[in-house]
Design a protein around this ligand. Structure first.
Ligand code: PAF
Length: 331
């Protein structure tokens, strides 16, 4: 290197140091707008923070995550559409509207499909889950990993629930998800599919009696402030997904892609850890906050499984019965 060049580089570095700027800050950072429906203190917020932390560490701070929690960029469907057109880079979403983009994801929304969290994680992390993730590349998205919310439970302001008869005519909000809608119709409820940002005000105004979500959501959103009864129905497992825009993904170097993948994998560990914790202490928290909480007994659960059974005919038609059976058979 010529004397002149090396001294001007030294001079530049000294100027940056003098201005209090490290080499990292001097580099242009790529902004990653990440939108999600829940607060920073939720399982989504914890996962998004971990994702950011790992990407930052792996890339020397080349990316700046700009967080839009609490539906700051709109409902989940709008955010996914934003990813498709490239105005939003990343999101963490429930399976609520995913089957509108990749219909095959709906198979995981079938009620009473998974025995427990371990069973669901084994299926999602195995070949069945992987096969569905890759399908997102066909619709302007890139799916990095399956996350998790937990098992969904019913909350409402009308009555405690012990039998399918207790949900008869119940105005219950479902996600914009045809599999869930079919299940509640079959149970004789009056389901209303609704985007999440409208749910709290609809509960406050009595437009709907209830909704269903996992403990992770019920606790972090403080649904106890607008709902009296919680029935631990565990009627369906609620997966989540870490997605990025396909155009954003294709613009990344291989090393940056690896950083995003590593970050997503660690974010899932953090999210599942959060779910494990809230499954342990969430009920006590909600009781302390004044909710009337009851769990379906094993017998009562069987009554719900039997009542929802007719919906399985349409699930078998829509998703391969062999696939549903192989999910059930996964250890
Ligand atoms: O019920 C829903 O729509 C989802 O579970 C939520 C709360 C938006 C989290 O993804």
């Amino acid at each position: 290197m010529s004397k002149l060049l090396s001294s001007s580089l030294l001079c530049g570095a000294a100027t940056l140091a003098g201005l209090g700027l490290g080499a990292t800050a001097a580099l242009a950072q790529t902004e990653v707008k990440i939108g999600y429906a829940l607060a920073p203190e939720s399982h989504y917020g914890v996962a998004a923070a971990k994702w950011e932390e790992v990407v930052e560490a792996e890339t020397g701070g080349a990316f700046e995550f700009k967080h839009f929690p609490s539906s700051g960029l709109g409902g989940e469907r709008e955010v996914i559409e934003g990813l498709q057109i490239g105005t939003i880079e990343a999101t963490i979403v429930s399976s609520g509207t995913l089957s509108n983009f990749v219909p095959e994801t709906g198979v995981f929304d079938i009620p009473f499909l998974f025995r427990d969290l371990g069973h669901a994680r084994a299926v999602l992390d195995g070949p069945i889950g992987e096969e569905i993730l890759v399908k997102f590349d066909d619709v302007g998205l890139h799916a990095l990993a399956w996350g998790e919310q937990g098992f969904r439970h019913i909350t409402n302001n009308r009555n405690q629930i012990a039998s399918p008869g207790d949900v008869e005519g119940l105005k219950i909000r479902t996600m914009e998800n045809p599999v869930h809608l079919k299940a509640f119709e079959t149970l004789g409820a009056a389901p209303t599919p609704m985007a999440w940002p409208e749910v709290i005000s609809s509960l406050q105004q009595g437009v709907i009696d209830g909704q269903e979500n996992p403990l992770s959501v019920i606790v972090s959103v403080k649904l106890d402030e607008v709902q009296k009864y919680l029935t631990l129905s565990g009627h369906v497992y609620s997966p989540a997904m870490l997605l990025v825009s396909k155009s954003f993904w294709e613009g990344l170097s291989d090393a940056d892609k690896a950083a995003f993948e590593k970050g997503a994998a660690e974010a899932v560990v953090a999210m599942r850890g959060f779910v494990d914790d809230v499954e342990e202490d969430g009920v006590a928290t909600l009781k302390e906050r004044g909710m009337d909480v009851a769990a379906l007994s094993a017998e009562q659960k069987v009554a719900f499984q039997e009542a929802v059974q007719p919906a399985y005919e349409s699930y078998y038609e829509q998703y391969d019965k062999a696939l549903i059976d192989s999910i059930i058979a996964t250890e």
